[in-house]
Design a protein around this ligand. Structure first.
Ligand SMILES: [Zn+2]
Length: 101
């Protein structure tokens, strides 16, 4: 199994159309480097490969160029995990005695 097989998902399977493809090509040509990595401290120089929705479509984001950022696989995975949300662990409430209530 190859790590570089496009993740087994094509963009069309994820419901993106030709506009997405067009914006992706544009970002690839014009932005080139991962925008999120460049914002890190210290900045990381890494070539991006994913046209990512800043606000996901599920959350009301648009398919406009302004809602896209060009990011690398690592940042996409990070964002993905974040977006999916970790299962909320109920925090035990600590009572005045210092013990969970
Ligand atoms: Zn990155």
């Amino acid at each position: 199994m190859s790590r570089w097989d496009h993740g087994g998902k094509t963009t069309s399977q994820r419901g993106y159309g030709t506009q997405h493809q067009r914006i992706r090509e544009q970002l690839k040509r014009e932005v080139i480097l991962c925008e999120l990595c460049q914002r890190k401290t210290p900045p990381v120089v890494r070539v991006g490969c994913i046209a990512d929705h800043i606000v996901s479509l599920a959350k009301g984001g648009t398919g406009d160029r302004s809602n896209y950022q060009w990011i690398c696989r690592e940042c996409a995975d990070e964002k993905d995990a974040h977006d999916r949300g970790k299962p909320l662990k109920p925090k035990p409430r600590i009572g005045p005695s210092g013990w969970p209530e």
